[in-house]
Design a binder for this molecule. Sequence first.
Ligand SMILES: Cc1ncc(COP(=O)(O)O)c(C=O)c1O
Length: 380
Amino acid sequence: MLDWARRLDAGDPLGAWRERFQIPDPDLAYLDGNSLGMPPKRTLERVQTVIRDEWAGGLIRSWEDWLDLPQRVGDRLAPLIGAGAGEVTVHDSTTVNLYQLVVAAVRLRPDRSVIAIESKDFPTDRYVVDGIARARGLTVQEGFDDLGGVAVAVRSMIDYRSAEIVDLAAETARARRAGALVVWDLSHAAGLHPVGLHAAGAELAVGCTYKFLNGGPGAPGFSYVAGSLIEQLDQPIQGWFAQVDQFAMGSAFAPRPDIGRTLIGTPGIIGLAAAEEGIALTAEAGIDAIRAKSIALGRFALDWCDRLGLDTSTPRDDHRRGGHVCVHHPNARAVTARLATEHGVLADFREPDVIRLGCSPLTTRYGDVARALAAVDSMR
Ligand SMILES: Cc1ncc(COP(=O)(O)O)c(C=O)c1O
């Protein structure tokens, strides 16, 4: 397995991109880039520039350039998720952005009182939905089989545990036929998969930049609103960054007519600048090349799971599989801990029995995956 992995690494068209990252320990098999991507070297320089030249040097004058950074970074991210210019902002956390867009979506369907979500979806999404339902007297429906009467469906495009991909276009169309809006969570898709929001007719989405986009710990999330919907969007958090003439300091809130109405308060510029570098690097490498390697890494991992007899529920179909491979193991928590302490492999444990091997195409080597699987196999 290791020899085969070495051959694949030698022929990997994206192999050289690892050198663009700060990697102090080349022997570490890092299979957690889907939780926290590695730092690009250019990010270290950019953050220094922001602090030294823009903050220290420019002081308050730098706000002139910083003010529309959330929209500018959004425009850089847009092509990576199949959105247009002026439809994406990078700001706040994914959780806050999800809250905003779900409430705004509910307001767009005043005649309906149901929000649909799956109980296996990521906790923050479920908690946010439950909180909104409680505050607004709405009902939460489990699953999406029947969307009649549903105001808003909240869905992850790629499942955080199994990596299963939902058919964005088909499910968006089905929701539309039923009169429901979908708020897509692209956290495990952005920077990995050419999402194709426009092509799918998707109207609302949020996601993270600290995973496959390598934006850094706690890097801001993003909001996407289809151009046709922006002016109808009634945001619940009426912050001054969404105000039409922000510095007029007017007495009443009047939201901007553009994507800027998704903003809330003062953006964290250092994190935003770091996110921009991760996004720019991803765009340079090319989302199609990234997706192609992601598919190949997944195939390699699943093939070896089968040969070793390891249990996985990650989809075999390349079109239905995202960027990680989950291996079920009765002692998954202990095995994941031992992978780190005894084998130099960083992976994730996810309840109840999942060892999650995250494959980030710009930094993950086939050899990393092979080492992880061999180590799991040795612990049975
Ligand atoms: C699917 C999904 N949604 C949302 C989040 C969390 O977002 P936040 O950055 O607000 O913690 C995560 C984090 O891992 C996630 O996997």
